[in-house]
Design a binder for this molecule. Structure first.
Ligand code: BDR
Ligand code: CA
Length: 311
C-alpha cells in the first residue's frame, strides 16, 4: 500500500465542499493535514465555523483549521443573493458548534507551516473555493511552492457559467487570484476540474437514500444535499466532490493539457476562463500548462461517493 499523500483542503463550505471533506477524511489514499477557509459561498466567519463544525461532526477535530481571506484580492466580499447553499452555507442544517478550535494564524501561514517540513512535491492541495488564499500563499511564500505536488482546482469551464452567463462561481468571486494561480504555481501541477465535468457529477434521490441507509455521516450529508438549491434533471451536481474524487482516484476524470487565461476586465465576461488546449495549438501558447478536465466517468464518481462515505 503506498503511503497516504498529505492533503490540504482550501474550502468555503458549502454543501458540495462538505461531501468533498467527508470523502477526503475517509480515503486511505490521502491524509488530511489542514483545512483552510476562504470567503465564497458565505462570508469568512460562516465558512470557517462550518469547516470547524464539519470536522467535529466527522470526529476529526484533530485536523488544524485556519481562516484566510475575507475578501477577494481586488474589491470587497459580496454575498450572493439566494445562494443554493442557503443562509448558513449548509442548506440550513445546523451542526453543533464546538468551541472554536481554529488556529489564530492566517490560512496562507498554516499552509506554509505544513509545507515547511514536507519533502519536495509531496503535498497536494484541493482548492474548493475562490483562489484568494492560494494566490496569497504563492505570493508570500514562493520558496515553499516546490513542496506542492498538485493543486486541484474546482473552477472555471469552457461553456456557460453558473453565476453569470460566462463565469463559474469560484473564479468569478476572485478572478485576479485565479489569474495569478493559473499563471504561475512555482512548478506545481494544476488540475482544473470545471463545470464541463462537475455539472455531470450528480447525485440523485436514490444516491441520497443509499447514503442515508449507510451511516449517520451519510444521513447527515444526504440531508444537506437534499437542501442544495441547485437541482437539475440528473440530480444535484457535486462540483467539489468530483474535484476531490479526482485526487483520490484520478481515473474518474480525463484531462487534456491546456493554458487558461482569466478575464479580469469589468463587464459581462469578468471571471470567464479562456481555455486553450495546448495539444492542438498551432503556435506555442503563453501561460503555464494545466491539466484541464474534459470528461468524467459518472458511474465511477457515484461509486466512489458510496464507497468512501462509510462511517
Ligand atoms: C463551486 O461554487 C460553489 O458554490 C461550490 O461550492 C463549488 O465550489 C461550483 O461552481
Ligand atoms: Ca466550494
Amino acid at each position: 500500500m503506498p503511503r497516504p499523500r498529505p492533503l490540504i483542503i482550501d474550502t468555503d463550505p458549502g454543501i458540495d465542499d462538505a461531501l468533498a471533506i467527508a470523502m477526503a477524511l475517509a480515503s486511505s489514499e490521502v491524509r488530511v493535514v489542514g483545512l483552510t477557509s476562504v470567503a465564497g459561498n458565505s462570508p469568512l466567519d460562516v465558512t470557517t465555523a462550518n469547516a470547524v463544525a464539519l470536522l467535529a461532526a466527522f470526529d476529526r477535530s484533530d485536523v488544524p483549521v485556519a481562516a484566510g481571506a475575507a475578501h477577494p484580492l481586488a474589491g470587497t466580499y459580496e454575498r450572493v443573493k439566494d445562494s443554493p447553499h442557503g443562509d448558513n452555507g449548509l442548506g440550513g442544517i445546523e451542526l453543533e458548534a464546538p468551541g472554536l478550535q481554529r488556529r489564530s494564524m492566517h490560512a496562507m501561514d498554516l499552509i506554509a507551516d505544513i509545507l515547511r517540513d514536507a519533502e519536495p512535491r509531496s503535498v497536494d492541495i484541493a482548492a474548493l473555493g475562490p483562489l484568494t488564499n492560494i494566490a496569497m500563499f504563492l505570493a508570500k511564500h514562493p520558496d515553499l511552492a516546490d513542496r506542492i505536488a498538485h493543486i486541484t482546482v474546482m473552477g472555471g469551464g469552457t461553456g456557460p457559467g453558473n453565476i453569470t452567463d460566462h463565469a463559474e462561481f469560484n473564479i468569478w468571486h476572485d478572478p485576479e487570484a485565479a489569474a495569478l494561480v493559473f499563471a504561475d504555481t512555482g512548478g506545481a501541477e494544476i488540475v482544473v476540474v470545471g463545470l464541463d465535468v462537475t455539472r455531470r457529477a450528480t447525485l440523485d434521490a436514490d444516491d441520497l437514500e443509499c447514503l442515508r441507509r449507510k451511516s449517520p455521516r451519510g444521513a447527515l450529508l444526504a440531508r444537506m444535499i437534499n437542501a442544495y438549491g441547485d437541482l437539475h434533471e440528473g440530480g444535484w451536481p457535486m462540483h467539489d466532490a468530483l474535484a476531490l474524487a479526482s485526487i483520490v482516484h484520478p481515473p474518474v476524470i480525463s484531462t487534456r493539457p491546456a493554458s487558461i487565461e482569466v478575464v479580469t476586465a469589468a463587464g459581462k465576461h469578468r471571471g470567464q476562463t479562456l481555455v486553450q488546449f495546448t495539444d492542438e495549438a498551432r503556435s506555442p501558447s503563453s501561460g503555464r500548462q494545466i491539466q484541464f478536465a474534459t470528461d468524467v466517468d459518472v458511474p465511477l464518481f457515484r461509486d466512489l461517493v458510496h464507497t468512501k462515505v462509510t462511517c
